[in-house]
Design a protein around this ligand. Structure first.
Ligand code: PGA
Length: 251
């Protein structure tokens, strides 16, 4: 059985004080990590503070990283530094990074390889625009992303990867894909992994849904056969709401 994973993507929100207050609020109330993986992905300058204060059941993630070891990349973040300060997860290829910072599949693929070199767990984001959905091209488009982004990875790596299916039109808009729609695309992603690797890998890789997930809709989403968790923006900013999300994932 795949263990559910709920990851909060705080994006460019929260000061250090706000972040520490949040961690303090949730630390004693999180369900066991044996039942659900609870992850908070925060802005880079406070990651070390969060790692130091994370309770036993919480994991900390970054929101992006660079694909090179070191070098003249002003403003970038290396995998070596993330691993060195105790960060365990990293979101890669979020649609906002793809859209605003021109991250393409080739760079995203290199970032995933780089994350594994430093034992970071990548949360790879894929997902289509409204235009693509309306043109009935979602499956072809998302398949293309998955094939490009996973290039050269071994099956053991893919088993340890998290994929987040996030339709761009559902992010921060209040429009959620219906649970059937989300499940169908996620099942297709799993089939792409099956074709590229094997049954064992396809059945092991965890695939989250993301896009306007809230305490009010998470149960229905998680009740679907192929949805293994959620990547949550807005509804992860409030500690009560985040706790409601992770508790919904405990079966
Ligand atoms: P949202 O963001 O939950 O605010 O829609 C999701 C995401 O971008 O990961």
């Amino acid at each position: 059985m795949r263990k559910p994973i709920i990851a909060g993507n705080w994006k460019m929100n929260k000061t250090r004080d706000e972040a520490l207050q949040f961690i303090y609020n949730i630390n004693m109330n999180l369900p066991s990590n044996k039942k659900v993986e609870s992850v908070i992905c925060a802005q880079a300058p406070i990651l070390r503070d969060l790692v130091k204060r994370q309770g036993e059941e919480l994991r900390i993630g970054a929101q992006t990283m660079h694909e090179s070891d070191t070098g003249a990349y002003t403003g970038e973040i290396s995998a070596a530094l993330l691993a060195n300060i105790g960060v365990e997860y990293v979101i890669i290829g979020h649609s906002e990074r793809r859209a605003y910072y021109n991250e393409n599949d080739a760079a995203i693929n290199q970032k995933i390889h780089q994350a594994f070199r430093y034992d970071l767990t990548p949360i790879l984001c894929v997902g289509e625009s409204l235009e693509t959905r309306e043109a009935n091209e979602t499956d072809v488009f998302v398949k293309g992303q998955v094939v490009e982004d996973l290039k050269g990875l071994g099956s053991e790596q893919v088993k340890n990867l998290v994929i987040a299916y996030e339709p761009i039109w559902a992010i921060g808009t209040g429009k959620t894909a219906t649970s059937e729609m989300a499940n169908e695309t996620i099942r297709n992603i799993r089939e792409v992994v099956r074709d590229l690797y094997d049954d064992e890998t396809a059945d092991a890789v965890r695939i989250q849904y993301g896009g306007s997930v809230k305490p009010a809709n998470i149960e229905e989403l998680l009740s679907m056969s192929d949805i293994d968790g959620a990547l949550v923006g807005g509804a992860s900013l409030d500690s009560e709401s985040f706790l409601a999300l992770v508790n919904a994932a405990v079966k």
